[in-house]
Design a protein around this ligand. Structure first.
Ligand code: GLU
Length: 310
């Protein structure tokens, strides 16, 4: 594990589609946070889900970040061998501690049970009593879960968002290896943040309900806990409820209509960092960047022939 002193931030996009305005906003805010502290910045491609990720999207995403004016000191590709080795070592450690168990439950089994803080159904830890087969977690053909401690995690993030939870109860023991063999996000995110020496996790509020689970996993694995901050989201009007943007405004369309300085200005204005959209670069925003100037309110983004954020 890297032990470099000093702040280190990261941006960890899933490469499941083209970047959209929310992707670029999240990258910009994480970069501003790290760089304004004089810290390192890591970009990590979260591409373990081979059923949904494509290398072309990863390449495009990195090109989009560079186009916007962002840079990084380390690029981590989760699908490469060094990452795989540390993910497996973490699973071996959890197995040796008697924490892993196979689980054949389906989403339908959980439906109608307890509502989880992320809006899904909590997993009621039904299979906790089951043991791994001979051959360990690698021999399991069902999902593998990790038995969390039933303790409450007291946690308020840097923006004042109360993330306190008893994750084993409110979310349920997380899946760490999916039924199809893909290693799951909740485990690899904590392993990879620690491996890169990440001290500051800045990300969208949609992930906030998972943070207590991740803190519990850090505790089980003896990994340091970074500082957390969860920022506002860009939303799109869709039906009654606002839905998170799902690539409906892909970066290719944005780049066809905006130059980098105009898009950066729009994102900065949406965040409250500048009074009105103006041409600017991420580097120019550094001088006056401060979190107390960043809005807490989600904003609605629309795209007709160009991006507007209300
Ligand atoms: N990969 C996640 C996403 O693209 C972000 C994970 C994180 O920041 O912890 O939404």
């Amino acid at each position: 594990m890297r032990t470099a002193a000093g702040p280190c931030g990261r941006f960890a996009p899933s490469t499941t589609g083209e970047a959209h305005p929310g992707t670029l906003l999240a990258a910009l805010l994480a970069w501003l946070d790290a760089r304004s502290l004089g810290g390192r910045f890591v970009v990590r491609l979260e591409n373990l889900d081979v059923t949904r990720c494509r290398p072309a999207w990863a390449d495009q995403l990195l090109a989009d970040l560079t186009w916007l004016g962002l840079d990084w000191d380390e690029l981590v590709d989760q699908a490469q061998a060094p990452a795989r080795a540390r993910h497996e070592a973490a699973l071996d450690a959890l197995a040796a501690a008697g924490r892993l168990y196979p689980c054949a439950c389906t989403r339908a089994d959980r439906a109608g049970g307890r509502r989880a803080p992320d809006g899904g159904w909590a997993y009621p830890n039904t299979c906790r009593g089951r043991a791994l087969p001979d051959g360990g977690w690698r021999a399991v053909t069902e999902a593998v879960r990790v038995r969390l401690d039933d303790d409450r995690i007291d946690l308020v993030d840097e923006g004042g968002l109360d993330l306190s939870q008893t994750p084993a109860v409110e979310m349920g023991d997380p899946v760490v290896v999916r039924r199809d063999g893909v290693l799951a996000y909740q485990l690899v995110v904590v392993v990879d943040d620690a491996a890169s020496g990440v001290t500051r996790v800045v990300r969208g509020r949609d992930i906030a309900p998972s943070t207590a689970t991740q803190v519990m996993l850090q505790r089980l694995l003896g990994l340091p806990r970074p500082a957390y901050r969860h920022h506002f989201l860009l939303l799109e009007p869709r039906g009654d409820k606002l839905a998170k943007l799902h690539g409906s405004v892909p970066a290719s369309a944005l780049r066809a209509r905006h130059d980098a300085a105009s898009l950066c200005g729009l994102l900065a204005a949406a965040a409250g960092l500048v009074a009105a959209p103006a041409l600017c670069t991420p580097r120019e925003l550094l001088a006056t960047f401060a979190w107390d100037r960043v809005t807490n309110d989600d904003r609605v983004a629309t795209f007709t022939d160009h991006l507007e954020i209300a």
